[in-house]
Design a binder for this molecule. Structure first.
Ligand code: GLN
Length: 533
């Protein structure tokens, strides 16, 4: 194949329609037809990246191998396609303006007035094309965040208009995703919001090529015809996206609706053989026909928000499904766990996970959850702050260092068992300054981690400032908690385990970022396995 084909996904009517899942599903279908695909997310906010955002704002911050803090949609892309994403896959308005303003300060614009058009739109177009250039792709799918009509999306829609024109209709198409609401009083599906949303796009000079309609109820031919007529789109290009039981079913639903075929035809490409989705379908079969269930307690402090622990929830689904099991994961608010109730709260769970996090709030509840898991031989997985809390719990309750803490929580502790790395101490700015992205970790042969990975060395993604304090390592090893994963370059402790326990593993890194549908993460797999025993 010669030129990269560009697919833009815009959204109308409302947010949260699942543009990310539609993008990932289309990407999956094209990939399963043998094409090289990458998906990009554009976020129209002024932050440079979501690393400085509270999870309550936009959900989890996802971290790529190259250490970029990104939008959680990139997690969907990786989980669906099984291909790593990078810096180039997430563009924000903050990045675009920063680049343009830096160029202006250097004098790169040679005395010209710097404007949204063409300077901002040119930078947007450069970022969209960069991804294809870097990876020699057949398809780039670019998901434009936000909803058409938002002031902040305007420069992106204009960039899409220009690219569509410049690249020509055989090289760039727009898919518009909207909602067809069902009015129960009238017992009717309504297309008017879609018509208005397409009008908004047209006002900005963009005619969508395909419309995907999110709906709770199956669409009649009449509804599709109406959308076709009012939106200047042939009826084959009006696609139904009915609610699915699982997001992982969406690629199959999109295949049924011939979304992939329609896309190929728009590009005047040969449709060829059906996509090979055999492993995907096997996964889905297991997902809907599991034989066992296992109850897991997950402890965190952003539990009110479904998206805050997206990757962890999905990692459970992947790992459990491959064992024909349904993991029932109950999220427990760490601030609600206390000395009086913790035994009662955790008594019925077969496994306990303590989630990543920042700051002091909820920390004591996490420590109590770990105490319960340790004392009652309940499989435990601690991720990042979860691992750090396990280290603190062990210091306080086994080593007898009653005021042990992380210096993130208590700078004056006598036992700083978790402490800031030396090179973090001089850092004063918050953005992109943590230990981020992939680092190698050597595993000890006799460990739960080695049993899970079956490898001497693994590479895992990080996002933290604090570390296990190696000054205390001998105390831990003597008392029965052991460092089983070490960074070979820096000697930092990456995994702590209690060998005498059934399955007690704390990891400084984030295994949840690299679990995919077809390749569940080994630590989640073994955690579930042990919880099932
Ligand atoms: N707050 C801890 C640190 O910065 C843990 C971070 C996390 O859980 N991602 O080290």
């Amino acid at each position: 194949m010669n030129a990269t084909k560009y697919i833009f996904i815009t959204g109308g009517v409302t947010s949260s329609l699942g543009k990310g899942i539609i993008s990932a599903s289309l990407g999956k279908l094209l990939q399963a037809r043998g094409y090289k695909v990458s998906i990009q997310k554009i976020d129209p906010y002024l932050n440079i990246d979501p690393g400085t955002l509270n999870p309550y704002e936009h959900g989890e911050c996802y971290v790529t191998q190259d250490g970029t803090e990104t939008d959680l949609d990139l997690g969907h892309y990786e989980r669906f396609l099984g291909e790593p994403t990078s810096h180039a896959n997430n563009v924000t308005t903050g990045q675009i303006y920063q680049t343009v303003i830096n160029k202006e300060r250097k004098g790169d614009y040679l005395g010209k007035t710097v404007q949204i058009i063409p300077h901002i739109t040119n930078e947007i177009k450069t970022r969209i094309k960069l991804l294809a250039k870097k990876n020699k792709l057949d398809f780039v799918i670019t998901e434009i965040g936000g909803t058409v009509g938002d002031i902040e999306s305007l420069p992106y829609i204009e960039a899409v208009r220009q690219l569509k024109w410049e690249l020509g209709k055989n090289n760039a198409i727009v898919i518009h995703l909207t909602l067809v609401p069902y009015l129960s009083a009238a017992k009717e599906l309504k297309t008017k919001p879609t018509q208005h949303s397409v009008k908004l796009l047209l006002e900005n000079g963009v005619q969508p090529d395909i419309i995907v309609l999110r709906t709770e109820k199956s669409l009649t031919k009449e509804i599709k015809q109406k959308v076709s007529l009012f939106c200047n789109i042939d009826i084959e290009s009006v696609i139904e996206a009915i609610d699915a039981k699982s997001i992982y079913e969406v690629p199959l639903k999109m295949q049924d609706e011939k979304l992939d075929e329609t896309v190929l035809k728009k590009f005047s490409m040969e449709v060829g053989a059906e996509p090979d989705l055999k492993p995907w379908k096997e996964f889905l079969y297991k997902l809907y026909n599991n034989k066992k269930t296992v109850k897991i307690a997950a402890v965190g402090k952003y539990v009110e928000l479904q998206d805050a622990y997206k990757s962890i929830n999905d990692s459970f689904i992947h790992a459990a499904t491959h064992q024909e099991t349904k993991a029932i994961v109950d999220w427990i608010h760490s601030e609600k766990v206390n000395e009086e109730n913790y035994k009662e709260i955790f008594k019925d769970y077969k496994g306990i996970l303590v989630a990543p996090g920042f700051g002091h709030r909820g920390i004591e509840g996490k420590i109590l959850a770990i105490k319960y898991a340790r004392e009652n031989n309940i499989p435990f997985l601690g991720i990042c702050l979860g691992m750090q809390c396990a280290v603190i719990e062990f210091a306080r309750n086994v080593l007898g260092y009653s005021d042990a803490n992380s210096t993130e929580m208590e700078t004056s502790t006598e036992y700083p068992v978790i402490d800031l790395m030396e090179n973090q101490k001089s850092i004063t700015t918050m953005g992109a300054t943590m230990r981020l992205g992939s680092y190698p970790c050597n595993l000890k042969k006799k460990s739960k981690a080695f049993d899970a990975y079956k490898k001497n060395q693994v590479v895992e993604r990080h996002r933290h400032r604090y570390e296990f304090n190696n000054e205390f390592i001998e105390d831990y090893e003597k008392a029965g908690m052991s460092a089983t994963g070490i960074n070979p370059e820096t000697n930092l402790v990456e995994i702590m385990e209690i060998p005498a326990h059934k399955w007690f593993v704390g990891v400084q890194f984030h295994p949840e970022y690299s679990s995919t549908v077809l390749k569940p993460h080994p630590l989640f797999v073994d955690f579930i396995k042990s919880a099932l025993e």
